[in-house]
Design a protein around this ligand. Structure first.
Ligand code: BG6
Length: 300
């Protein structure tokens, strides 16, 4: 089916009624709903559904650069390009296919992209929805160039939350982080869990492979599992920055939190012919279930 501006989108559904929507613009997941039909990803009411910018919400893919500390546009160009459906995707393991509804997308750089970033690659993205409603994104980047190249990456995941003051993140305590608000200075997290009362823009380094975002008011916990993605970005623009963003409502910072599985501090380097895989699995479970059953220890 067509999305805004005639750009194709793909809708995945599972037998229990959960769904996900993926746009070929940026390979961006723009919706993920549970079996009750509740939207789990935030999208701004002011989002602009029109190229050349990524839609404010869902899961934009930041590649081949996260942020603005390289030569490329902020968060790289992949999120602003049209991807294609990959009919001949090289197989993934059976656990990534069996019992799942999925779509394979492909992004290859155009002549224009190669002028900004002279490295030929194939970027394959599988988005899948499991029978239990969990959403998995698997990115595979292959170097089809004659020379090595390096990149940074993030699944810029906008989670929908009831009220940011009721939310906490577990799994990042005691870690070192780079604070983007202080010239990328390095700090060590002191809190027992991360809570929010002002703007946050951090890259937590070498984070565990399971992180939980607890929404106390909604009694929902997002469980984020990652592989091949050492870092976790945490971003909330808070009041002042929200007002400065044209495609974001002034008060919407209360209803969202970005928690991204990422590879930033140590860029990924691929030799010719090599492939990198970055995997993210998101699930949303009732908080009561979670606190008793989630083992956040021994991760990492
Ligand atoms: C975050 C960055 O991850 O993304 C922030 O750390 C940035 O600095 C935010 O403001 C949103 O970026 P953009 O380009 O989508 O407005």
């Amino acid at each position: 089916t067509k999305d805004w501006n005639g750009i194709d989108k793909v809708v995945l559904r599972n037998p229990r009624g959960a769904s996900a929507r993926v746009s070929l613009y940026g390979g961006q997941v723009t919706s993920w709903r549970n079996e009750q039909g509740e939207e789990l990803l935030f999208t701004s009411s002011k989002a602009i559904f029109k190229p050349p910018k990524a839609v404010r919400g869902g899961i934009p893919i930041c590649f081949p650069q996260f942020g603005n500390c390289g030569s490329l546009e902020q968060h790289g160009f992949a999120r602003n390009k049209i991807w294609t459906i990959d009919e001949n995707s090289p197989p993934l393991s059976p656990k990534d296919s069996q019992g799942k509804s999925f779509i394979d997308l492909l992004f290859k750089p155009s002549e224009e992209d190669l002028k900004c970033w002279p490295h030929s690659f194939e970027f394959r993205l599988r988005v899948s929805l499991a029978a239990d409603g969990s959403l998995t994104l698997i990115s595979r980047v292959r170097n089809v160039n004659g020379k090595p190249f390096s990149f940074s990456f993030a699944y810029h995941t906008y989670l929908s939350v009831s009220d940011i003051s009721e939310v906490r993140i577990e799994g990042l305590e005691t870690l070192d982080y780079l604070d983007n608000l202080c010239g990328k200075e390095r700090f060590t997290e002191q809190g027992d869990a991360i809570t929010f009362e002002s703007e946050v823009d951090r890259v937590y380094l070498s984070a565990p492979n399971v992180v939980a975002v607890l929404d106390h008011e909604r009694k929902r916990t997002y469980v984020i599992k990652k592989e091949g993605l050492p870092d976790v970005v945490v971003w909330n623009p808070w009041e002042k920055k929200s007002k400065a963003m044209a495609d974001f409502g002034d008060d919407e910072y209360k209803q969202m939190l970005c928690v991204d599985g990422a590879a930033i501090a140590k860029p990924v380097t691929l030799k010719p012919g090599e492939e990198w895989t970055g995997r993210l699995e998101l699930s949303a479970v009732p908080s009561t279930f979670c606190s008793e059953n989630l083992d956040l220890q021994g991760r990492g």
